[in-house]
Each structure stands twice: as C-alpha cells, then as structure tokens.
Ligand binder design. Structure first.
Ligand SMILES: Cc1ncc(COP(=O)(O)O)c(C=O)c1O
Length: 305
C-alpha cells in the first residue's frame, strides 16, 4: 500500500504514519467495528465521490444496528470525506470510513467503550485484477455458507462479517480461481465475499433479494436503477447453484470490483462467452462514475481541489 498524506481520526486530520491505535483497542479483539467502502473517480471537473450520501446513510444504519453512537452527523462525515480527498490530492481513491469500540474496557459488553471514527483513503486499482475488467473472472461456489442473518446481520457492514468472507476468499484462491460465491443457509445464492451477484437468463436480469442475507450494495442499487431506466426486464429473486451454471451471463457488482464479468463457475463456462448485457451495464457504470452521463450526475459529489 502506498501512503497518502492524511487520515481523519475523530474529527482531526493526522499524518498518515501517525494514524495508530492501541493493541488493546476493543474492536480489534471482538470484531466490533463497522465500515464503508466508497470510491472517488476522476471526472472532467476533477475528482468526484460516487454516491457519497448512500454510503454515509449505510454507515449510520450499520452504527444503529450495533448501538454505536458515532458522535458525528451525516453532514460532518460527508464533509470529512470531501476534505480528506482534497488533502490527499489524488484524482482517484478508495475511501474507508470505520467506527470501532476504542481502548478502555475489555470484555464482551461494548457499551461502555468510546466509539472512535476514522476515515482513510488510498489508491486502489482493479480489485479482481485485470481479469475482472477484461475476460472475466473464474469463481467457485464456496463450501462456507454466508452468515445467517439470525447470527450476524449482513445488512450492517460489520468487520466481523468479513471473517466469513475471508474464509471463502482464501478457499477460492487456494482452489486457483479469483473469487467465491456464497450460498445462504437455505442453499440458494447469496453474494460474493465483497460483491453482489447478478444473473442474466433469456434477456432477464436478476439478483438475490435483500432477504437472502446479503449486503444491500450501492452498486447493486445502481445496476437496478440502470435496468429500470433502460427497460431491461429485472427481478429480485432467489436462484440456485445450478442456475449459476446455466446462466447466459453472470457478473459481480461492488464498489471495489465495479462491474466484473464472471466467465466460469466451478469449472463450468458461463453462457457462450458473450456478455452483451454485462458489457452494456459495465460501460454505462464506467461512464456514470466518470461524470459522462448528465442524468446521473446527481450521484457525484465534486471535490474542488
Ligand atoms: C459482502 C458485500 N456484499 C456486497 C458488497 C457490494 O456493496 P457496494 O456495491 O455498496 O460496494 C460489498 C461491498 O461493500 C460487500 O462487502
């Protein structure tokens, strides 16, 4: 990771190398932290943060689910993200707000620990490597089941959830493919370790509903909006492992991955290799995040450098 200049910690900007916390930080031990992943893209008018309000909203909802009082308003957090991009001075970056139970008491009752909030940013290229952008990634159905909403709420972006994601990701890498797809405890498709999943069959686009135990992705919502706006037939519905194999097209969506075509699942080639719907959505997404489509400019927060 290449260091940038500043990190925002509890309301103040500190130098990158000084953004340190104590080893007995409560959240580090018990997974009690919530976070966001946001991207800032270059546009003709300078850097712009994509769907910042949606990400801040989800951050506050994660905090609510975990009874965390952040001590900062949505507006303060939004302004902190904008200031951070300005101070770090790079045209494209990934922005990571995180809130966690701080140093103080240890033990499983987090309620007496102060909540600390930080926002960092760094330059992050293609999350799934070159294949995510070009020919498509190979995926496997994980032997790890997506966490059950009765155990950990998947709609809260809590660090603890990512132990489940990490197991699936490591399994995929060890098997020689780029990414995992997790089924839920009912045996139907949930999502990737850090992405939502979309399927195209007979010209119809579909993605698992929120009730399947997924994170409600902001990129997922963006894709759904594209489908509605372009009269592409779309459903939120459960699909099975077999239906992954027999899809005409499959793709992942997420802030880190963008829109990433899946070309193979468990050694089965998806469709005939062509992916016109994925390509259309992916091209529109790229244009939108780079500020080339006036209709969606409402989703971009410009940062005056
Ligand atoms: C588990 C999981 N699902 C889906 C997504 C995609 O969400 P978004 O499009 O908001 O990045 C992410 C990324 O944040 C994730 O971690």
């Amino acid at each position: 990771m290449k260091a940038l200049k500043k990190i925002w910690m509890d309301g103040k900007f500190v130098d990158w190398e000084d953004a340190k916390i104590h080893v007995l930080t409560h959240g580090l031990h018990y997974g009690y932290s919530i976070f966001e992943g946001i991207r800032c893209f270059s546009t003709a008018h300078g850097p712009a943060i994509f769907r910042l309000d949606g990400h801040i909203d989800r951050f506050l909802n994660s905090a609510k689910i975990y009874r965390m009082n952040l001590g900062f308003s949505a507006n303060e957090l939004r302004e902190a993200c904008i200031d951070l991009v300005r101070k770090n001075g790079v045209p494209e970056s990934y922005i990571r707000p995180i809130a966690y139970t701080g140093y103080g008491e240890m033990g499983l009752n987090p309620l007496s620990n102060k909540i600390s909030v930080s926002i960092a940013s760094w330059e992050w290229g293609d999350y799934l490597g070159k294949e995510g952008n070009d020919g498509g990634v190979r995926a496997m159905v994980s032997s790890w089941v997506r966490l059950d909403p009765r155990s950990l709420p998947p709609q809260a972006k809590c660090s603890a959830n990512y132990a489940n994601s990490g197991l699936a990701k490591m399994e995929a890498i060890a098997a020689g493919v780029e990414e995992a797809i997790l089924l839920n405890s009912h045996g139907v498709v949930a999502e990737g370790p850090g992405e939502n999943v979309f399927r195209v069959k007979d010209g119809i686009l579909s993605t698992p509903p929120a009730s399947s135990g997924i994170l409600r992705g902001i990129t997922r919502d963006t894709v759904i909006q594209f489908a509605l706006d372009t009269n592409l037939k779309f459903y939120r519905n459960d699909f099975t492992r077999e239906e992954l194999y027999t899809s005409d097209e499959l793709f992942f969506s997420g802030t880190a991955v963008g829109i990433a075509k899946v070309r193979e699942v468990d050694g089965r080639k998806i469709g005939n290799g062509r992916s016109p719907v994925t390509e259309r959505i992916s091209a529109l997404y790229r244009d939108v995040v780079h500020g080339k489509v006036a209709k969606y400019s409402k989703w971009l927060t410009r940062v005056d450098m």
